[in-house]
Design a protein. Structure first.
Length: 155
């Protein structure tokens, strides 16, 4: 399907794709329109949307979460907090270069990094913010109407 959409767009046709899958949209679309309850909440290029996206969110599992939290104070560009994940760990939000520096500092301080999982990709996170959808629960923030589909346009 992706190959067909890409081939049609390369031939000069405008293709309208409706999807909630931001990875798919980012891979094959040049422009996007995000709608919520029938209204456009964003329209523009993927690059413009990416520039507005928040820092990536990761789940970090270490050998010493308390020490990892203390070390985060030395890295103002990273946000680290106790994760609400059922298996514990920490929530880490930072740009990749800042997350790299923090993870290296953990290792240098003797704190082993046992896992680092991308929880919410930046564009996916921005989509949820624009549509006010809770990504972990798969439902709207309380008292909200479900979002309309994301329409990606490629040409």
């Amino acid at each position: 399907m992706r190959a067909l959409v890409t081939r049609l767009a390369a031939g000069g046709l405008t293709v309208l794709l409706s999807s909630h899958n931001m990875d798919e949209v980012e891979e094959i679309c040049d422009n996007v329109t995000i709608m919520r309850t029938g209204r456009v909440v964003y329209h523009g290029s993927i690059d413009q949307l990416r520039a507005q996206a928040p820092d990536p969110s990761h789940r970090l599992v270490t050998s010493d979460d308390a020490q990892a939290l203390r070390l985060a104070a030395d890295h103002p560009a990273v946000a680290v907090a106790v994760s609400g994940h059922p298996d514990g760990g920490l929530a880490l939000r930072a740009q990749p270069a800042d997350a790299d520096a923090y993870v290296l500092a953990l290792g240098q301080a003797g704190v082993a990094v046992r896992a680092l999982h991308l929880e919410i990709a930046p564009l996916e996170s921005l989509f949820f913010m624009l549509t006010e959808t809770d990504p972990t629960a798969g439902r709207d923030v309380p008292a909200q109407t479900p979002p309309d589909a994301l329409a990606g346009v490629t040409s």
